[in-house]
Design a protein around this ligand. Structure first.
Ligand code: ADP
Ligand code: UDP
Length: 235
């Protein structure tokens, strides 16, 4: 497998082509953004940590019946993945209230939700990733009704699996964002699962082990990622 040209550079990752048209390399950067890139910075070695954490989570989900884009971890910062056509929605699941749910609905941070809240946001920075419902997703032609149902089904399973995965590491999964893509007619999990895309609170202490340390200037930002990495890899 040969690494070829840069296809796309995003806020946190760079995608490279390979000599196989079905595969791309996902390169994880140290750049960090929040509030739709209004806040910018870098977190030393974040790319290395997020690549390692994402690979472990995808391996776990794959072993438990969730189709993912992971092919294999290539290096510290590189993951070989199936090249998908990204469905341009961010899928969010919340188990406890945090972030925009608190801002938009006046809910106390940490409130346990009586059932997980499933959200779609339009993946479009120019419009601030607005919240949308299933009718928007289908009506705007972003995904079919069948794809929406499949994304919901997979996301609910991912939530149950990841809650257990993190709880075994004494971490509570508060909420997360995932992205799906189309690969050979199938909907599969793509992008990343890391402290950039999940809210992770230590059980008992409530210590934040995720990007909220950066968003809210809580200090020890790198240490939060390191702690998750340590627990996920057992090293
Ligand atoms: P952003 O585009 O939001 O700045 P990133 O810096 O994470 O985000 O860039 C990675 C881009 O690659 C995202 O747009 C993501 O949707 C896309 N992507 C993730 N996984 C795949 C994949 N397997 N195939 C093609 N594109 C992918
Ligand atoms: N999230 C993400 N990327 C986004 C928006 C949200 O990974 O562009 C994740 C975020 O890390 C959190 C969950 O999705 O785990 C819910 O985020 P929320 O809507 O509360 O957003 P925020 O408070 O960051 O605006």
């Amino acid at each position: 497998m040969e690494k070829r040209e840069k296809l796309y550079e995003g806020k946190a990752k760079i995608m490279y082509a390979t000599d196989d048209a079905d595969l791309v390399i996902q390169y994880f950067k140290d750049d960090a953004t929040a509030f739709n890139a209004k806040k910018k910075g870098t977190i030393d070695e974040k790319g290395i940590m997020n690549n390692a954490i994402s690979c472990k989570v995808f391996e776990f989900l794959g072993a438990n019946g969730i189709p993912t884009h992971l092919v294999k971890k290539l290096s510290d910062r590189e993951m070989l993945v199936k090249k998908v056509e990204i469905v341009p929605v961010e899928v969010i699941i919340r188990n406890r209230a945090a972030g925009s749910l608190c801002r938009n609905y006046g809910v106390q941070e940490g409130k346990i939700l009586s059932r997980p809240i499933f959200e779609f946001c339009y993946k479009n920075d120019a419009f601030n990733d607005p919240l949308m419902n299933e009718d928007h997703v289908v009506g705007l032609g972003l995904a079919t009704e069948k794809e929406v149902a499949r994304m919901r089904e997979l996301t609910m399973k991912v939530n149950e699996l990841m809650k257990k995965f993190f709880l075994a590491l004494n971490i509570e999964l508060i909420d997360f964002k995932i992205e799906f893509g189309r690969f050979k007619g199938e909907i599969i999990l793509a992008d990343e699962v890391s402290p950039d895309t999940c809210r992770l609170w230590e059980v008992g202490t409530g210590v934040r082990l995720d990007k909220d340390r950066f968003r809210q200037d809580l200090g020890n930002i790198k240490e939060g990622y390191q702690e998750v990495l340590k627990r996920v890899t057992g090293k």
